[in-house]
Design a binder for this molecule. Structure first.
Ligand SMILES: O=C(O)c1cccc(C(=O)CC[C@H]2O[C@@H](n3cnc4c(=O)[nH]cnc43)[C@H](O)[C@@H]2O)c1
Length: 281
């Protein structure tokens, strides 16, 4: 579970039974709950959130216990009237709003420049279960690098993304990291403020954090059993032109010896193995 700041991480932690313990990896400090869900304050903005999430995913994969699901969570700005302050949004599209080029004819997303991606979509069945469990609205959650501060910018974003319910700053970065590891992603946001003219005093942060705790209490059973198989990554093999998408594997590979409770045992959701962990001093 990746949030931007520790206050959001701790709000999510409030939905799980105490205690949590710290697990330190290079580039990612995890809070591991007693039910095996890992929480990460991944940093503000898509770049740092992607870097931190990728570090956590890589550490888990190297330990032989890859994550089954990544969830980006936190507070957000909501587009009125569809996502008022206090409401909860689960993204059916996680879309980066400002990755592209400004032209004389307006904004062009990177995809129209011929590269990259601008949207990640959570698996439909998981999304529907998450929305049903929490009562959340579903729609596009935009990822921005600059918080919207004017009515004109809010209107421009909605004109370009009519299904947008909320904007926040990490979802696309977290989703890019998850996609690189072939792991599905969800984004869950509690609306703390309207998207529009900047009025920081009007942000209802404590209420949104409380809504986040409540949402994750309801989501816990869904997250424990997301029902989504990991998409296997097929590494390229340039030396095998008949099957360039597969690495050569011996015909009867020796099965790895795996004993219960050891690294390599199929992981419980989000519960990486012990190697690589460093307990806090
Ligand atoms: O000051 C606090 O106590 C506090 C507690 C929890 C979170 C914060 C933040 O400032 C979180 C920043 C985080 O929130 C997202 N966010 C919220 N509203 C918007 C918005 O209107 N536009 C874009 N992002 C928004 C965003 O993901 C930030 O990273 C403070």
């Amino acid at each position: 579970m990746a949030t931007a700041v520790p206050a959001e991480r701790d709000a999510v932690a409030g939905a799980f039974p105490a205690p949590v313990r710290e697990v330190r990896h290079p580039g990612a400090l995890l809070h591991r709950t007693s039910v095996g869900v890992d929480l990460l304050a991944a940093g503000v903005g898509p770049a740092l959130a992607a870097a931190s999430t990728a570090a956590a995913l890589t550490a888990a994969a190297l330990a032989g216990t890859p994550y089954a699901l990544v969830v980006c969570a936190g507070i957000a700005g909501g587009f009125l009237p569809d996502a008022p302050v206090g409401s909860l949004v689960v993204a059916d599209e996680i879309t980066v709003a400002d990755l592209g080029a400004e032209t004389a004819d307006g904004f062009l997303p990177v995809t129209e420049l011929g590269f990259g991606t601008v949207t990640h979509r959570p698996p439909g069945p998981l999304l529907r279960r998450a929305a049903a469990a929490t009562g959340a609205r579903t729609g596009t959650v935009l990822t921005v690098s600059t918080v919207t501060g004017t009515a004109a910018r809010a209107a421009a974003l909605r004109a370009r993304h009519p299904r947008a319910l909320a904007e926040a700053m990490e979802g696309f970065g977290v989703a890019e990291a998850a996609a690189a590891h072939g792991v599905p992603v969800l984004e869950v946001r509690a609306v703390s403020n309207p998207v529009g003219p900047r009025d920081r005093a009007a942000w209802r942060i404590p209420d949104a954090l409380a809504a986040l705790t409540e949402a994750f209490a309801k989501l816990a059973p869904v997250l424990e059993n997301p029902g989504i198989p990991k998409i296997p990554e097929i590494p390229e093999n340039p030396e095998n032109p008949e099957n360039p998408g597969a690495l050569e594997v011996p015909e009867n590979p020796e099965p790895p010896e795996i004993r219960p409770g050891e690294p390599g045992e199929p992981a419980e959701l989000g519960k990486p193995g012990e190697p690589g962990e460093v307990e806090p001093a």
